[in-house]
Write a protein that binds this ligand. Sequence first.
Ligand code: FES
Length: 106
Amino acid sequence: MPKVTFLPAGRTVEFEAGSLPFPDHGQPGSVLAIALHFGIEMEHVCGGNCSCTTCHVVIKEGLENTSPMLEDEGDLIDGVPGVTSTSRLGCQAVVKGDIVVEIPPV
Ligand code: FES
């Protein structure tokens, strides 16, 4: 079961692939879907439709354990203040293994 550690809270959660609710909040198994499932606050103004960037996160460890960034996400994320080389949109980054993810202040 993949483990996701959310910073700055320092909370680690584990989930089983395919077991998450919120199928309409971003890609199934996304960082956003995991956060919502475990009651971790994450902004998601557009409802996970890859059109707002409020779900911006920084993958601190395990970027290789997330789905590849697609063109739509790449286009949007370039305009996010404070974007880093490991930034992702939480609603688009599907978790495939252990990661550590920071939710920056909005
Ligand atoms: S929730 Fe809007 S882009 Fe992710």
